[in-house]
Design a protein around this ligand. Structure first.
Ligand SMILES: [Fe+2]
Length: 374
């Protein structure tokens, strides 16, 4: 059966250098045909962010099944619905989930009496105050904000990183604008809608590198810390939300739970898009521990590892390179976790209630490296 799904690339404002994002329409997520999936999967790898409007009635089950299909290696190579191997994971045991489908998380802000059978939720949206090395002064706390933490979704320990993350906006507070401050001495700022999620392209990040740095990035692997989020839990983020400042606050191995050496991930610094073939500089710099160079050298000095990654990644989060999604209730956003970095942005006031449903599922394969192999 032919698909009626329509894909239209986003038109970004003048001055923007963002070249990703598309709107998808005529999509019935509760009854997708194989032809629909094929079109959506191809658009997903090409445009990295797909926005579907008016999906407020989407069931958690349909969100989960669709996310599973995009995370299955089978999706782009065949039409088989074989996702039985797709393992699910939760980012934190503290997360609220849909009671009858715990693979779907409920995130947001404020008190929620009931959503999908979950009751009396006290949602808290992450705030940079708890995680940045410097913070915005109280008197400006609702007007200005920061990128909370640029990241790739995933454990980065054990399971392969997710391919696609999906988020549904169920309920949003009244729209207003905030100014994201970079506070890194550049004066960079970006005006964005309240509670946006910001996206930056790993492909653009790679393209902005010098030829010398491209050669380095294309041949280097990144070793992620064991139990990465425990390891860095006390560390503070750079004011741009990109990586951590080095103050020696990471845990030593003997302070962590037992380490399974086979779960430690050493991934290429650049990941190849399986559909377009383009390379993306994809590093979750906050949990990177070492760099493995092609000549066998290992850069173990954490401060140096972070400095290299910061120099490589910072140009890619310049204001003109960032897409900030202007959420409307019912928006269903699908984003490519292997081609983008993203960050939440807030400051929401205590009484600004926001409900989103998020589904993050680990991939079935580890990402392709520059040679198409890992
Ligand atoms: Fe995320």
């Amino acid at each position: 059966m032919a698909s009626h799904v329509k894909i239209e690339p986003m038109v970004h404002p003048q001055g923007s250098s963002v070249s990703f994002g598309a709107n998808a329409s005529s999509v019935n997520l509760e009854g997708l045909s194989d032809a629909d999936i094929e079109i959506l999967a191809e658009a997903f790898y090409k445009h990295h962010v797909l926005v579907l409007k008016d999906q407020g009635r989407l069931s958690p089950q349909a969100q989960y099944e669709f996310t599973q299909r995009l995370n299955s290696a089978a999706t782009i190579s065949s039409r088989h619905k074989d996702q039985d191997n797709a393992k699910s994971f939760l980012l934190s045991p503290d997360l609220n989930t849909v009671p009858h489908l715990p693979q779907v998380q409920i995130i947001g802000n404020g008190f929620v009496r009931e959503h999908e059978g979950a009751r009396n939720l006290k949602l808290r949206y992450p705030h940079h105050r708890s995680s940045h090395s410097t913070v915005i002064e109280d008197r400006n706390a609702l007007k200005y904000t920061r990128f909370y933490r640029w990241h790739i979704d995933g454990d980065l320990y054990g399971a392969p990183p997710p391919v696609a993350t999906t988020i549904l906006a169920v309920k949003l507070p009244k729209r207003r604008m905030q100014t994201i401050r970079y506070d890194d001495g550049t004066g960079d700022e970006l005006v964005a809608p309240l509670g946006t999620i910001a996206f930056a392209s790993g492909e653009a990040m790679y393209d902005l590198l010098s030829e010398e740095d491209k050669a380095f990035a294309g041949s280097t692997k990144v070793e992620y810390a064991a139990h990465p989020y425990l390891w860095m839990a006390s560390s503070k983020s750079h004011p741009t939300g990109l990586g951590l400042v080095s103050e020696g606050l990471e845990l030593d191995d003997d302070e962590l739970p037992p380490i399974d050496l086979a779960s430690i991930q050493i991934l290429p610094m650049c990941w190849r898009n399986p559909v377009t073939g383009r390379l993306a500089l994809q590093v979750h710099s906050s949990v990177a521990r070492r760099l493995h160079l092609v000549n066998g050298e290992i850069i173990d000095d954490l401060e140096r590892v972070r400095d290299i990654l910061y120099q490589f990644q910072r140009p890619g989060i310049a204001p003109q390179s960032v897409y900030t999604h202007d959420w409307q209730e019912g928006d269903f956003v699908i984003f490519h976790n292997r081609g983008l970095l993203h960050s939440v942005v807030r400051t929401l006031a205590e009484d600004e209630v926001r409900i989103m449903r998020q589904c993050i599922i680990s991939g079935t394969e580890i990402p392709l490296g520059p040679d198409g192999i890992v």
